[in-house]
Every structure is written in structure tokens, then in C-alpha cells.
Design a protein around this ligand. Structure first.
Ligand code: NOJ
Length: 511
């Protein structure tokens, strides 16, 4: 039988055939600072399945998918079935040598009524998962809310559109800290509040699917000009309230830290004209600063307040004080880059949404640009943007500690298990991360999205990000490592612990 090391040699020679640079091949965890965390992630709705088991009630995503809103008409009723397969998954993580696993808690599994008493079976499931991780030497890195609001709160008062959500969210986080906080070093309150608000209330592509013409076309209700700003306002107030609670009641004893996550876009001026350069800064302020500025400086970027006018809510003095400094770290999800072209004519348009308020246009191609050939064709993938972004955050936001909580490559459902494009993508972005760290960025960890193939929020099962392939046709939801899983394990120097049997099942070694 082929030894693991010769297996890796063979796989690495495959890599060199597809044009991997020496630098890429040399990447090792020893290049990163001691204590740098390597992980992979998922989210509750996307991975767990078991949607109607043990007392869980529907989230807005259950409703949305059951209304047939996904391109492939899919639901996440079973998803990757991690609810039943968490032990197997933790074993795979341990064999790979992951330091840390990022996952989220399902609000409606923990609190089926959205508030009030915890569901003992929900508590038990997350205790089991956390204990299994800890027993394998893997840190749980928990996102409290990954966009799966209990439907009951949506129905009762309109969910994130209402200020009532702040109290319920805070109580939900209280239950999380109380039940699990003794074993959790990193809490992230919210996943991608910027994109979550735009998807759900501007384009209407995420639940509850609200939007208005001409910004979203398929909705019957909503107001794309106003609602995303209101929703983000409530997200931020909810975060600040949860962070204050954690710091006052739990942090001294549990000694964890609390942060937020942002979908972090990098932008490059379309031309070097002053107008395009200014438009690029506006786009960074709109997409990233919308969330981060209030948490660091206590208010929205000036340009947003100016351009959105009365459509963007204001913080009171005490809200602003509470927001300021309310993150111990920033979670960054970074995948793509956009070229930005000035569109000052946009100011003349009275009917505007968030994107129109930027007075800028995004472009995804430019002939003379240093674009990489990797990645989905409709997205601009520029690995060096990771370095630019991290250095920008360092300079702009006071050297804030950063965890790259998501970065990864979306393949097709029938992509080969020999997923060299994913390896190329991940290694290039990791190299860029290293470049930023060497220039002083306080980046402390990196998570591949996703650990296994999951239900994708935009494309159902039509897009696969996993290090492990999941057979969604098979009741058993069998996992098979892709080449990227071996590559990542090799980077983590734990390849010897990978099970040879998993490798030989693939037939990858003969390619
Ligand atoms: C963003 C989201 O956090 C996650 O839910 C999604 O699956 C990935 N990025 C990929 O689109």
C-alpha cells in the first residue's frame, strides 16, 4: 500500500503539473506566527439538517426554502446532516490537524419560541459538539447568529426591522454564553450583517425576501431604499448590547473574546483618475465601514450619512458610546474584489438604494488587470487583495485583531475530487495573508469556507465550497476528502494522521 508521505509526494507532483509556484509549495504553518489558528467553518442552517428534530422550530431560511425560492428548489432539511454526524466530522477535523472549527448555533434549536426557556435537546446537541471538539484538542469558534432568525420572531414583529429584536437577541446570546461559554474562547455575534441586510431587504434574494422595484424585482413587499439601513442599525445595536452583556457578566470568568463578522470587499479603482480613486474609497466605506466604523469610532462613515441622508438612522450619544470599542476582534469574510468606477451622476437620481448611494459602479473585468484565472468566472478573484485589505484594516481601524473567518472556492456540483483550483485559490490567499502579517497585520487565524460541502445560501447545492465532498443524493451523506483536504492537512503537518483508507478510496493518486 502507498505510504502517506509518498501519497503526498505524488499529489504535490500533480500540483506542479498544473503550474504551482515554488512559493506555493513551500507554504507551511511554520511560516505563520506561533499561535496562529488554522480552521474551517460551516453554519448551522447550512450544515446541520434535522430541521424538525428534538424541538427545533423553523427559521426564516426554512420558510424561504420551502417556498421554493432557491435556484435548484432545494431545502436544507437534511443538508450535510452534521446534527447526526458531528462525531464523524470532528474525527475528520482532528485527522486533518485543524486547530479550530467555526460553526454557528441555530437560534430556533436553542430557543424554539425565539425567547424564554432553552430547549434541553438543543443545549445537549451543542454541548455534545463542543465537548467532542474540545476532547479532540479543537477549539470551538462560535458564530451566534448566521442569518437564521426564528420564523416566530419574523411573524411576531417583523424580525430585524423592529427595535424589539435587540432585547430578544441579547437574551439569546445570554443563553449561549451561560450554557457554553466556559469552553468558548471566541464569540462572533453576527455573520456578514452588511450582506445579510442587502440580500434580505434590498435585492430580496435572502429571507424574508423583501425589496422594491427597481432594486429587487421579485418581491411583493419591502423598501430597498430604506430597510437595509434600518436592519443594519438594529444589527449593530444588538451586537453592542450582547457585547456589553458578555463583558459585564461573563468575560472575566470565561476569559473569551467577542467580535463581529463582516463581508469584506476589496476595491481597486477602475482607472487612476481622481474620481475613480475617490469612488473606491466610498465603496470601501459603504461596504466595510458601514459595519466597522460604528464599532470602532461610534458612528457611520460621514459619506454614508451625507449620501443616504434621513434614510440612515442616527445613533444617540449613549448608543454611540456603547458601540465604540465593542469588538475585541474583527471576523473577516473575504472572497472577491471589484473595480470601482465613479458615478457622480448617481447623485441626481432621487430613487436610490445602498448601492446607488455610493455614486459608484462596480465592474468585474478590466483587460489590463492582474486577475487570476482561478475562481468562478463571474467574480473577480485577486489573491493579493487579501494583503491589501488586511493592511487597509490595520491602518484604518487601529490594528484591530483579525480572524479571516471565511475564504474559499466555490466549485460546481460535479467538480473533481482532485480540486486543484481550490488548492490554488486557498494557497494564493494564504500567501497574501502571510504578506500582510509580515507587514505587521494583527491577523490571528484563517478558516477555509467550508469544512464540508453545505447548502449554499445563494445557490443551494449547485455550488460546493467544501474540503470534503458530500454526496447529497446519498441518505448517509457520505463524506469524501477532496485533494484540498489533503493539501490543507499537509500544510498543518498532520498528514501522517490522515487515514490512508480515505485517500485510496478516491483514485486521486492515479491522476
Ligand atoms: C458567505 C456566508 O457567510 C456563507 O453562509 C456562505 O455559504 C459563503 N459566504 C459562500 O457563499
Amino acid at each position: 500500500m502507498l505510504g502517506v508521505s509518498s501519497l503526498f509526494l505524488l499529489l504535490l507532483s500533480t500540483l506542479s503539473e498544473v503550474g504551482f509556484s515554488q512559493n506555493t509549495l513551500k507554504l507551511s504553518r511554520d511560516d505563520f506566527p506561533p499561535g496562529f489558528l488554522f480552521g474551517a467553518g460551516t453554519s448551522a442552517f447550512q450544515v446541520e439538517g434535522a430541521v424538525a428534530e428534538d424541538g427545533r422550530t423553523p427559521s426564516v431560511w426554512d420558510t424561504f426554502t420551502h417556498e421554493g425560492k432557491m435556484v435548484d428548489n432545494s431545502t436544507a432539511d437534511v443538508a450535510a446532516d452534521q446534527y447526526h454526524k458531528y462525531k464523524e466530522d470532528v474525527k475528520l477535523m482532528s485527522e486533518m490537524g485543524l486547530d479550530v472549527y467555526r460553526f454557528s448555533i441555530s437560534w430556533s434549536r436553542l430557543l424554539p419560541l425565539g425567547r424564554g426557556a432553552v430547549n434541553p435537546k438543543g443545549v445537549q446537541y451543542y454541548n455534545n459538539l463542543i465537548n467532542e471538539l474540545v476532547n479532540h484538542g479543537i477549539q470551538p469558534h462560535i458564530t451566534i447568529y448566521h442569518e437564521d432568525l426564528p420564523q416566530i420572531l419574523q411573524d411576531e414583529y417583523g424580525g430585524w426591522l423592529s427595535p424589539k429584536i435587540v432585547e430578544d437577541f441579547t437574551a439569546y446570546t445570554d443563553a449561549c454564553f451561560r450554557e457554553f461559554g466556559d469552553r468558548v474562547a471566541h464569540w462572533t455575534t453576527l455573520n456578514e450583517p452588511n450582506v445579510a441586510a442587502l440580500g434580505a431587504y434590498d435585492s430580496g434574494t435572502f429571507p424574508p425576501g423583501r425589496c422594491s422595484y427597481p432594486f429587487g424585482v421579485k418581491c411583493t413587499v419591502g423598501n430597498s431604499s430604506v430597510e437595509p439601513y434600518i436592519v443594519v442599525h438594529h444589527y449593530l445595536l444588538a451586537h453592542a448590547s450582547a457585547a456589553a452583556l458578555y463583558r459585564e457578566k461573563y468575560q472575566a470568568k470565561q476569559r473569551g473574546s467577542i467580535g463581529i463578522n463582516v463581508w469584506a470587499l476589496w476595491c481597486i479603482p477602475f482607472t487612476n483618475s481622481t474620481a475613480d480613486v475617490k469612488a473606491t474609497k466610498r465603496a470601501l466605506d459603504f461596504y466595510n465601514g458601514w459595519i466597522i466604523n460604528p464599532l470602532v469610532f461610534g458612528d457611520y462613515p460621514e459619506i454614508m450619512k451625507k449620501n443616504a441622508g434621513s434614510r440612515i438612522p442616527s445613533f444617540t450619544k449613549s448608543e454611540s458610546e456603547r458601540l465604540k470599542g465593542s469588538i475585541d476582534f474583527l471576523g473577516v469574510n473575504h472572497y472577491i474584489t471589484n473595480y470601482v468606477e465613479d458615478d457622480s451622476n448617481g447623485a441626481k437620481n432621487n430613487l436610490r438604494d445602498f448601492n446607488a448611494d455610493m455614486f459608484a459602479k462596480f465592474r468585474t473585468s478590466k483587460d489590463d488587470a492582474p486577475t487570476s484565472k482561478v475562481g468562478p468566472t463571474d467574480r473577480l478573484v485577486v489573491p493579493s487583495s487579501m494583503q491589501s485589505l488586511l493592511e487597509y484594516f490595520k491602518n484604518e481601524y487601529d490594528d484591530l485583531p483579525i480572524y479571516i473567518q471565511e475564504n474559499g472556492f466555490g466549485g460546481t456540483p460535479n467538480e473533481s475530487l482532485n480540486d486543484t483550483a481550490r488548492v490554488e485559490y486557498i494557497s494564493a490567499y494564504l500567501n497574501a495573508t502571510l504578506g500582510a502579517i509580515r507587514n505587521g497585520s494583527n491577523t490571528k487565524g484563517y478558516f477555509v469556507w467550508s469544512f464540508v460541502d453545505v447548502f449554499e445560501i445563494l445557490n443551494g447545492y449547485m455550488q460546493r465550497f467544501g474540503l470534503f465532498h458530500v454526496d447529497f443524493e446519498d441518505k448517509a451523506r457520505t463524506r469524501q476528502p477532496k485533494f484540498s483536504a489533503y493539501w490543507y492537512a499537509d500544510l498543518l503537518k498532520k498528514s501522517k494522521e490522515m487515514k490512508i483508507v480515505m485517500a485510496t478510496q478516491q483514485g486521486m493518486v492515479t491522476q
